[in-house]
Design a protein around this ligand. Sequence first.
Ligand SMILES: NC(=O)c1ccc[n+]([C@@H]2O[C@H](COP(=O)([O-])OP(=O)(O)OC[C@H]3O[C@@H](n4cnc5c(N)ncnc54)[C@H](O)[C@@H]3O)[C@@H](O)[C@H]2O)c1
Length: 299
Amino acid sequence: MELGPGKVAVVTGGASGIGLAMANAFAAAGVSVVLADVQEDALAAAAVEVAAHGVDTLTVVTDVSKADQVEALATTTVERFGAVHVVCNNAGVSGAADSWVGPIENWEWVMGVNFWGVVHGVRAFLPHVAMSGGGHIVNTASILGILPAFGGPYDASKHAVVALTEGLYHTVNSAGLPIGVSCLCPGWVRTGILDSERNWPSEFGAAPQRDVAAQITTDHVKRAIAEGAQPGAVADLVLDSIRNDRFWVFPSPEFLEVAIERFHTIEEGLNPVPAENIPGLPPRSQMLDEVMAAMLPPT
Ligand SMILES: NC(=O)c1ccc[n+]([C@@H]2O[C@H](COP(=O)([O-])OP(=O)(O)OC[C@H]3O[C@@H](n4cnc5c(N)ncnc54)[C@H](O)[C@@H]3O)[C@@H](O)[C@H]2O)c1
């Protein structure tokens, strides 16, 4: 589809990182932008930045894990602009606790934002996009949506987003709706995703602390993210995928080799083997050695 004046885009998680970069890219193309985010201070700052492109903007404080809030976002958008053409279900959190001995609220939080947020976004906006004459839906998954590498709710939520997005693609095509669908699967991108605890919901009590082992892995991932793709480059790829109606958006294709290797082991009926080398990270054996050394009592 064409992107330009007269078009309206909604971006959840639009206050920072990839979402803010997408909002800026839409605005630079002349598209009116609705920014939705749970973090009010960052949302206000993002609105100023995006409006500087000279397009109409609207901010709506939204917790995407809550269906009624996403419905309200859709209603407010259509009331203000009369139409909606592009929806980026992008809000996400990385998780804050051990999956198996940590609090169950960590699962509820991550699945609530990453999975239910996308479900609510598609359900709330699909009829409006159809009634606006068509458009495009972009769901942000992750490369971890086709390559489970860290276990727990993040991998699970992103696999679910890939699956539901592929299903959505088939549904809109079977129904003959003029709506494109893309699945964004980034590798490492320079954002605040590993500081997601800033938005840990107060209804879940105090945010859990990472244990020593988790902190070692987190520090390596933080470094990989700091050296990762620029959010602006990811946003450019997303807009290109919307314009050219491409489903898969892989900003870091070097991860695909590792994912394909996993599918080969599935084909051969082998038990899962963890990838020794994930792009951007030290070898897995080195990270394990570091974890073991940190957990052993000093001699
Ligand atoms: N950065 C990466 O390396 C990377 C890699 C793969 C996938 N992703 C995905 O990209 C998406 C964007 O994340 P990012 O990397 O830009 O991180 P980010 O932390 O910079 O942005 C995430 C945004 O989501 C918002 N958010 C959190 N909880 C929310 C909620 N309940 N409702 C509404 N908004 C909420 C945050 O306030 C923030 O503005 C996420 O879905 C993330 O999982 C990121």
